[in-house]
Design a protein around this ligand. Sequence first.
Ligand SMILES: O=C[C@H](O)[C@H](O)[C@H](O)COP(=O)(O)O
Length: 262
Amino acid sequence: MSGELSPIDKAKFVAAKRAVDFVEDGMRVGLGTGSTAAWMVRCLGEMVREDGLKIKGVPTSTRTADLAREVGIEVISLDEAKWLDVTIDGADEFDGDLNLIKGGGGALLQEKIVATASDQMIVITDASKEVEHLGAFPLPIEVIPFGWQTTKSLVEEMLISMDVMGRDSTLRMNGDHPYVTDEGNHILDLHLGRIGNARQLSLVLNQVPGVVENGLFVDICDVVILGFADGKVETRDINEGTVEEDRLDFLESDNLFKDMMD
Ligand SMILES: O=C[C@H](O)[C@H](O)[C@H](O)COP(=O)(O)O
């Protein structure tokens, strides 16, 4: 990457930089997937290389595993870690209860397993992901390739019976071919518009044969860290509400940030 970073990338970097303050020596850390999580992985890598931070990372995708190894983080599997101290990940949407839509990058299945197996899930994001009601972002569901068109019809029928707004679903494509997840599955994106009861929808979707998992994260996230391009950070804590924080004055002096702009 070279040149000036966009305001959105600066905001993502600020959120990532604050989130890694939660990581301490000896921790087992879930490493999320996506452009925001990639900043966090780079920040942790810098702490490992420069400060001797000792952590083990459990990545949520092959992309994140590759990046983590590249920046010097020791990578282990979830089965080796068994349980994690903290997972830091991005999101596509979050609401006032810190419920999320995830999976825009296709990694929702590993992300949900890893986040659920963590003492704490921290979401890092820019302000564009905050919504009053989940659902404007198409909800990804991971389905097995066998009979996916039947699964799609069953999901649509179920949405009709639940009187859920929207109801269009599309198979995610990668060029001319269906998108394939790390687990060899496909993704259906549900264009719902507005999700009334995320918990109920999540439970019902996972009852449809062929659906492996959906991108609703209900009662999993503990903290959302919002970054802004000018260095401001705001934290939403499920227990403490909104914590306003000072502007962080590191943007122009941070080595990693400077490296990324060179
Ligand atoms: O599958 C992808 C993940 O859920 C991402 O964390 C999510 O899509 C947000 O990605 P980004 O930080 O690139 O907006």
